[in-house]
Design a protein around this ligand. Structure first.
Ligand SMILES: Nc1nc2c(ncn2[C@@H]2O[C@H](COP(=O)(O)OP(=O)(O)O)[C@@H](O)[C@H]2O)c(=O)[nH]1
Ligand SMILES: [Mg+2]
Length: 476
């Protein structure tokens, strides 16, 4: 008889090796335009998972609510060429006394979490009861996504699109300085660095004006003009690179431009931008994403009015079309992506009363309706959700003319005392242009809550667990 058989127990390293072979990895990309809430979302998500064993703050995230979590830990990130997402700094600010919102970030960053959990799969349970899922979370500016359509456009086609946008208000007024200078030049003249620099400077200023004006416009191309980040080899900052020194033209020059003309040089730089910036981002980062969440600050758009709404809707549909990477889609032809789930989330849902959450979700769905159909057709699973990564308000009630009215209570950013307010009803249908009257919507910013005891559970949130379930639930 084999003396080893009766009480065989596999050596420890054998078990470890099997565990490792069953380990899985998922890359979750988080994007959204600047100030949409990416940093706060990732900070809260990491905090929720690190504190998953304490409390009952994620009832809709089944892996945790069913008691299968065995712990989570931040690990060294796999892609050392990407800057780290500074969770430590962000959480220190959010949990400080007084708490403050995390500092603004501009570029791409990454953080890796290792999540140990008990498998529910009977096969795996038998071989390796405890599994590890590595979740790599990548934060990147949504502004960069708006560059993808350029890959399919020649310089002339792109110029024509921008020229058309600039024919009407509010872009007509916002672009006046750039338009005047551009019209004063003969683009068939020999190229001159000074003129090119001035053209791109005025065009960049126009894009910033679009974003910062009360119209809060989002469809800004090229994306790196407003959000350069670091994206070239050797970590050079793009900001000072000639790759960002060009602009579209409003009309074709009357004479045929020579190879050394201003026109020819701008066209050449546009093509280089596509090749070295846009394609590079997709090749280096995008291809590795498995899941994507797009954060949208719908409420800010409500505050800004009809033009902002139309622009946001166009930008979102453009973004969603980018994910249309079926057989015919440009992304698939060029890069072969693997994203199979996209969540569109209306952020800062703590700015509306709980009764308005379904309307907020419905409104976002309506905004995406056309492109959604095409993307779903290609087999990508998409969802919309209203969420708040850090809930800053409490639901409250007040009596108005004998009626009980639902409202919210929180601490506005510029105040020292909490206020209770009814922030306005979210329409389900898009209001007519004339119905977007000033003051109809007034969603104010709140201070983060004082979180004396957050270490006894995750940060307060709205539906973050539902987002986690959609994005990661099937991986456990
Ligand atoms: N009330 C509330 N405000 C939020 C929430 N998330 C973000 N914010 C606000 O939005 C601002 C921008 O968020 P941030 O995460 O820095 O945006 P990013 O530029 O997309 O990374 C923050 O400074 C907060 O004022 C939230 O869940 N609730
Ligand atoms: Mg950020």
């Amino acid at each position: 008889m084999n003396k080893w058989l009766p009480n065989f127990s596999p050596p420890k390293h054998f078990e470890e090796r099997i565990n490792r072979s069953l380990d899985k990895q998922v890359k979750l990309a988080v994007t959204g335009l600047s100030r949409s809430g990416k940093t706060v979302f990732i900070t809260s998500l990491v905090h929720q998972l690190l504190h998953g064993l304490e409390g009952i703050h994620l009832p809709f995230f089944q892996m945790i609510s069913s008691g299968r979590l065995r712990g989570a830990k931040i690990m060294p990130q796999p892609d050392i060429h990407i800057p780290s997402f500074r969770y430590d700094r962000a959480i220190e600010q959010l949990c400080g006394e007084p708490p403050t919102w995390p500092q603004r970030t501009n570029g791409i960053s990454e953080i890796r979490l290792a999540i140990r959990y008990l498998s529910k799969n009977p096969m795996k349970k038998h071989i390796a009861p405890i599994n590890t899922l590595y979740v790599d979370i990548v934060d990147y500016p949504g502004e960069w996504l708006l560059d993808l359509p350029l890959l399919e456009l020649t310089y002339e086609q792109w110029s024509e699109q921008i020229a058309r946008l600039c024919e009407t208000e509010p872009r007509l007024s916002l672009s006046q300085k750039w338009q005047t200078y551009l019209n004063s030049l003969d683009l068939t003249d020999e190229v001159n660095e000074k003129k090119l620099r001035k053209l791109s400077k005025l065009y960049t200023e126009f894009l910033h004006n679009c974003k910062e004006s009360k119209h809060n416009l989002n469809l800004l191309q090229p994306g790196r003009f407003v959000m350069p980040g670091d994206g070239l080899t050797n970590n050079d900052s793009l900001r000072t690179s000639p790759l960002l020194e060009f602009c579209p033209v409003l009309k074709m020059p009357k004479k045929i431009p020579g190879v050394n003309s201003i026109y020819a040089e701008m066209k050449k730089r546009y093509e280089s931008y596509k090749e070295h910036v846009v394609k590079k981002f997709y090749q280096d980062y995008f291809v590795s994403f498995d899941r994507q969440i797009v954060l949208v600050d719908v409420l800010n758009t409500f505050n800004s009015g009809y033009d902002s709404f139309v622009d946001m809707r166009n930008s979102l549909n453009m973004v969603l079309e980018s994910f249309n990477y079926g057989k015919s889609g440009i992304i698939n032809k060029l890069f072969g992506l693997k994203i199979d789930k996209i969540l569109f989330a209306a952020t800062k849902a703590d700015h509306v009363t709980p009764t308005q959450l379904p309307n907020l979700e419905y409104f976002l769905q309506n905004m995406l309706a056309t492109s959604h159909n095409n993307v779903a057709f290609e087999g990508v699973h998409t969802e919309t959700l209203a969420l708040s990564a850090v809930k800053c308000t409490q639901a409250a009630y007040t009596n108005f003319q004998g009626q009980r009215i639902s409202c919210i209570k929180g601490m506005p950013v510029n105040a020292e005392k909490p206020v209770a307010l009814f922030p306005g009803e979210i329409p389900v249908e898009v209001p007519m242009p004339e119905e977007w009257i000033d003051g109809r919507f007034n969603f104010i910013e709140f201070k983060p809550p004082r979180l004396a005891n957050v270490h006894g559970g995750g940060l307060p949130h709205i539906r973050l667990d539902q987002a986690l379930e959609f994005l990661l639930g099937d991986k456990f």
